[in-house]
Design a protein around this ligand. Structure first.
Ligand code: SF4
Length: 320
């Protein structure tokens, strides 16, 4: 493993049994790594497995197969003190700031929970740390004694960020942290996450379905479709020259802020139904909606291959 890699995901699978003979393959043989200080964006339509992937990477779900290495050690095999150390180092920011904060706890108590569990600070130092964290996320010490319902959506997400930072993590899974917020607030939260990353040297897995925001924050982006990774490239390469037919369709749906360009924008309409991730058919999972599909596509699953430097695609169009 390269020594600048913090997280390495190898052939990860997360299946759920649904009924007697049915298996939902939420994450199916997904591999990627995240370098220290980097943001990897993970995008795809709802139900593509990106949130399940993020939670399995954090160990919140056990893996059906495959490995998640954090600093070279498989997190699914950790026990006792080593496991506690990992839960301190790897945190999550949830999608819904309304649901993820305990309404009966003050903001100070919410932020201090992790500090207390891991025994990081006590007494005055603990109080100072809470105030410092509030400051860091753009709030102030008067907010510590208030309750979550007294805050706006954007402010609650800032509290969620302060809670994640309280235990001095190295890695944060940002699970659609802006999806529940007004568009006007989304950019503020993304800019705060970028600022914190620079100041604290954080590494992010940033999960989203909003492709334009992912571009703004990510160094590299992975695109998921029905439990599989279909394309992985630098943010620049993916947005300027998407290679997978699904990525091309997703990107063509983003409105362009220039009215002249927007008028002539060619949208690629996705045809066919989204197949079910339960007992998926063999072959490429995108085949039913892909205008380039050929015989082999419904027979053999395409593997993720490097087709240009650091640009990986899973599609038979690139196997010739
Ligand atoms: Fe389309 Fe075939 Fe490529 Fe799948 S493998 S995206 S069906 S061309």
């Amino acid at each position: 493993m390269e020594n600048n890699v913090l997280v390495e995901v190898k052939n990860l699978k997360k299946y759920f049994k649904v009924g007697k003979d049915a298996t939902l393959k939420a994450v199916d043989n997904v591999s990627f790594n995240i370098k220290k200080g980097e943001t990897l964006g993970l995008v795809g339509e709802s139900g593509c497995g990106k949130t399940t992937c993020g939670r399995t990477v954090l160990g919140l779900y056990g893996a059906t197969d495959g490995e998640v290495l954090f600093e070279g050690i498989d997190i699914h095999k950790l026990k006792g003190a080593k496991k506690r150390e990992f839960t301190k180092n790897a945190q999550i920011i949830f999608q819904d700031p309304y649901a993820s904060l305990n309404p009966r706890m003050t903001v100070g108590e919410i932020i201090a929970e992790g500090i207390d569990i891991h025994g990081l600070y006590t007494g005055e130092k603990r109080q100072e740390r809470i105030y410092h964290l509030l400051n860091l996320v753009g709030l102030n010490k008067e907010h510590a004694s208030r309750f979550p319902h007294e805050f706006s959506g954007g402010q609650r997400q800032r509290i969620g960020i302060a809670r994640a930072l309280a235990v001095e993590p190295k890695f944060i899974v940002c699970d659609e942290p802006i999806s529940a917020l007004d568009v006007s607030i989304q950019a503020q939260v993304v800019n705060l996450l970028i600022k914190l990353q620079r100041e604290l040297g954080l590494t992010y897995l940033f999960i989203a379905h909003d492709l334009s925001m992912v571009k703004h924050i990510s160094d590299r982006v992975g695109v998921m479709y029905l439990g599989t990774m279909v394309e992985l490239a630098s943010s620049k390469a993916l947005y300027e020259k998407p290679l997978h037919p699904y990525t091309q369709a997703l990107l063509s749906a983003i409105p362009i802020p220039d009215p002249d360009v927007e008028k002539n924008r060619q949208r690629i309409m996705l045809e066919g139904e989204v197949p079910s991730p339960i007992n998926p058919k063999p072959g490429c999972r995108f085949a039913a909606r892909c205008k380039y599909a050929k015989q082999v596509c419904s027979e053999v699953s395409p593997e993720l291959k490097e087709v240009e430097k650091d640009h990986f695609v899973a599609c038979h169009l690139f196997n010739e």
